[in-house]
Write a protein that binds this ligand. Structure first.
Ligand code: DX5
Ligand code: ZN
Length: 217
């Protein structure tokens, strides 16, 4: 399958969101990645529901919501109403992860699970057959613009082995520090979705950067 590219709005100019979303609309990006942070699960606060709703009013691409929050079950229905197509909750934030996944599926969105760099992929073994998306964090969540963690390549391989054992067809999404140098190797290792924040938005030609990621094999 072709690699999907999901620009992360966290790195966009929040004072010019409409302009940034229109740039994504007119680009070859596949999804729009939205990072929700609560200042509890991660040491940062980003945006919440009203901004996600406002983005959706302009967005023509599926909205991929990454919830870096505790007790996501309280909010997922609202994010579905706000127009999310896929939602990822963190395994580290969900003592009842199976229930969270059932909730996402019952709401008709792609059910995603995100895992932090220190969390082994084996923590997903009991749910991997149920989920549509694994968001492998390649930085510690909370901030954009961090350095890519090299161990991610090996984790993709481990995740693929786990998926084969459990007959899972989940998409593998890589989130954090994705750039021109690591993207080809990530795709070769088995990544299906590349999230890119700073790499896209710090460029003077973001649409060209998105296309360059799309062209990588
Ligand atoms: C980090 C977020 C990422 C972030 C990626 O907590 O989950 O989605 O925006 O940004 P870059 O690509 O700049 O690392
Ligand atoms: Zn993210």
């Amino acid at each position: 399958m072709n690699t999907l590219v999901a620009p992360s709005v966290l790195a966009a100019d929040f004072a010019n969101l409409q302009h940034e979303i229109e740039m994504i609309n007119s680009s070859t990006a596949d999804w729009i990645h939205i990072d929700i942070m609560d200042g509890v699960f991660v040491p940062n606060i980003s945006i919440g529901l009203p901004v996600a709703e406002a983005i959706k009013r302009h967005a023509k691409k599926p909205m991929d919501v990454h919830l870096m929050i505790v007790q996501p079950e309280k909010y997922v229905e609202d994010f579905v109403k706000a127009g999310a197509s896929s939602i990822s909750v963190h395994v580290e934030a969900c003592p009842h992860l199976h229930r969270n996944i059932q909730q996402l599926k019952s709401l008709g969105v792609k059910a995603g699970v995100a895992i932090n760099p220190h969390t082994p992929v084996s923590f997903l073994s009991e749910v991997i057959a149920e989920i549509d998306l694994v968001c492998l964090m390649s930085v510690n969540p909370g901030f954009g613009g961090q350095k890519f963690i090299e161990r991610t390549y090996a984790k993709i391989k481990e995740l693929k082995e786990l998926m084969t054992r459990h007959h899972s067809s989940a998409l593998i999404e890589i989130d954090g520090g994705v750039n021109q140098e690591n993207a080809p190797r990530l795709i070769e290792a088995g990544a299906n979705v590349l999230v890119a924040g700073n790499f896209v938005f710090s460029s003077s030609n973001p649409k060209e950067v998105i296309q360059r990621l799309k062209d990588m094999k």
